[in-house]
Design a protein. Structure first.
Ligand SMILES: [Zn+2]
Ligand SMILES: [Zn+2]
Length: 389
């Protein structure tokens, strides 16, 4: 069924590209340490006739191919792996102990390389193709590093796209969604300072455990009572540390929060309320708080026009059946958001399989689905041909 979405020229190199994907899988590298990965990417692109720029934003690579004047199209793939010990038992499982391609960036890289090769062999398109191989998507903001290194000055893009695999949807189906698609992610540490002492004399102490518990409960009201019902937000207290034994009241308690929103306004509202509640709760007990509010990736907003183009290309190529049904925004975050703040584009999804054998992202049993590779590469070729006509 889904094989009809594979272009003949992609089918011809599919086995080779799957082997390349598994080679990447076996040699995963952490963010900004993708030396072997980016060297391999650069060598392939060069061999296929791309002008290659290495070391963009650390270990990033950009391959450019220009055929006369016209639109400039950017396609981006991420290359980094995660500090996870692989438990797939696959013959091509990670040989770098404690590091794993558990987010499918090996697949994204191989998919874009396959498209790169096919597009280099085609002569009918016009314009400039910028293939952006980005380091360090997992929390380190490699996208921002590339931007600060002059990515869009040296390689201006009129339209920009990237694609991430999504477990739980049929392999190879394409997902498009206009507007806010992935959440901002901020991390907050709240240090409560009370007064420690003997557990038998609580009246002589200010118990930071009680204050911390009170803050945790108060925080539950932010999403329930401050965020409008039609908006989406998350305030999770992922860790709460205080004390070490039962008969001592500790001097401090530390709360670690993950805070997510799907709009800049809600993101601001969350910060305001979290600060006010933590300070107010602490003050009411005579304790104090120190708040370390670290802003992570911003909300990822897909642009309407580029999303419409992506939708059109999927429809023309694969019909209604090629589109993921019922794709909703994710509360996970993604640093492609920084690129979309500067360049019109869209972040697309590709199904990684909907059977029970397909693990979630960042799971030690996860593997990119090779059945998606040729479809994703074919889709990139069709999208590039549509935009660079
Ligand atoms: Zn990830
Ligand atoms: Zn990822």
């Amino acid at each position: 069924m889904s094989r009809q979405w594979v272009l003949p020229e992609v089918a011809a190199i599919e086995a080779e590209m799957i082997a390349l994907r598994r080679e990447l899988h076996a040699r995963p590298e952490l963010g900004f340490e993708e030396h072997a990965t980016s060297a391999l990417v650069a060598a392939k692109l060069e061999a296929w006739g791309y002008r290659v720029t290495r070391g963009v934003g650390g270990t990033g690579v950009v391959g450019t191919l220009a055929r006369g004047s016209g639109t400039s199209l950017g396609l981006r793939a991420d290359m980094d792996a995660l500090p996870i010990r692989e438990a797939t038992g696959l013959p091509y499982a990670s040989r770098n102990d404690g590091i794993m391609h558990a987010c499918g960036h090996d697949g994204h890289t191989a998919m874009l390389l396959a498209a790169a090769r096919c597009l280099a062999e085609k002569t009918h398109w016009r314009g400039t193709l910028n293939l952006i191989f980005q380091p360090a998507e997992e929390g380190l903001g490699g996208a921002l590093k590339m931007i600060e290194d002059g990515l869009f000055q040296h390689f201006p893009c009129d339209r920009l796209f990237a694609m991430h695999n999504v477990p739980g949807f049929p392999a190879g189906k394409i997902g498009v969604h206009s507007g806010a698609f992935m959440a901002s992610a901020d991390e907050v540490t709240i240090r409560v300072t009370g007064r420690g002492g003997h557990a038998a004399a609580p009246h002589q102490t200010i118990d930071p455990v009680v204050v911390g518990a009170s803050i945790v409960m108060a925080l539950q009201s932010v999403v329930a009572r401050n965020v409008a019902p039609h908006e989406q937000a998350v305030v999770s207290v992922g860790a709460l540390h205080a004390g070490s034994v039962s008969n001592v009241i500790a001097p401090h308690a530390d709360l670690h929060l993950s805070v997510r929103a799907l709009s800049a306004d809600v993101r601001e509202l969350l910060e305001r309320r979290i600060r006010a509640l933590a300070e107010g709760q602490a003050a009411s007990y005579g304790a104090s708080v120190e708040i370390d509010y670290r802003h992570g990736y911003p909300v990822l907003v897909n642009h309407d026009e580029e999303t419409a183009i992506a939708h059109r290309v999927a429809l023309d190529w694969g019909g209604e059946a090629m589109l993921i049904d019922g794709l909703r925004p994710f509360m996970a975050s993604e640093d492609f958001a920084y690129m979309l703040e500067r360049c019109p584009g869209s972040y697309l999804s590709i199904g990684n399989g909907d059977g029970t054998q397909h693990c979630s992202l960042h799971h030690p049993g996860y593997d990119f689905n090779d059945a998606s590779l040729a479809i994703g590469a074919s889709y990139w070729v069709k999208l590039a041909e549509y935009i660079l006509q």
